[in-house]
Design a protein around this ligand. Structure first.
Ligand code: ATP
Length: 175
């Protein structure tokens, strides 16, 4: 089976005493141009995917560097690494090219917001990211689309509960 390795981030920011997490709506494949949809078909339009920013680990890159780079490219945010959270694994089938089954491992890191405006991304990145927005961290396990990512968000929640000092630092990012 083909293998792919990616890395991504759970970017946390404390606003008004509450933790928020940066998520993206990845740009999915466009539906094929067919006849106008009738009522029943229209109802079948899948709900938007809500996911964590991530991407392929480049040659010679360390996974935590990939996480920071991909977060910046896909969300416009600069962040710092706090801790590794988990590796998630899934299998998917490529819908392009060789149509191979792919075994994928994605390493996720807990990152702390430093600077930047969410959604302030390069025009070429809009092909991959439809939009980016903040969600409350405690809602993330319910809102994220993929099981593996929901578990990663649970871990982040556990981490900030066990390490409240992360929040002290977040309130004062310049110190
Ligand atoms: P990357 O962001 O790592 O560059 P990509 O955009 O090429 O990757 P994926 O995000 O891995 O590819 O998506 C490939 C397929 O896997 C899609 O069908 C997507 O819906 C599915 N997928 C993505 N993340 C997960 C996940 N955590 N669990 C299960 N399936 C997933």
């Amino acid at each position: 089976m083909a293998r792919e390795f990616s890395a991504g981030g759970v970017v946390l920011r404390k606003m008004r005493g509450r933790w928020f997490l940066a998520v993206i709506e990845p740009q999915m494949e466009r539906p094929k141009k067919t006849a106008v949809k009738t009522g029943r078909q229209r109802k079948k339009t899948p709900p938007a995917i809500i996911a964590l920013p991530k991407g392929a680990i480049d040659e010679g890159e360390k996974p935590d560097q990939t996480a920071l780079r991909e977060v910046e490219e896909e969300t416009g945010l600069r962040a710092q690494v706090v801790s590794k959270l988990a590796d998630i694994k899934y299998v998917y089938v490529r819908t392009w090219g060789d149509r191979a089954r792919v075994f994928k491992i994605v390493s996720f890191y807990l990152l702390l917001y430093r600077a930047g405006k969410l959604g302030n991304i390069k025009p070429e990145m809009r092909i991959e990211v439809q939009r980016a927005f903040w969600i409350p961290l405690d809602k993330a396990p319910a809102l994220l689309s993929y099981k593996g990512e929901r578990e990663v968000a649970e871990r982040a929640l556990q981490y900030v509960t066990a390490h409240p000092e992360v929040g002290e630092h977040a309130a004062n990012p310049s110190h």
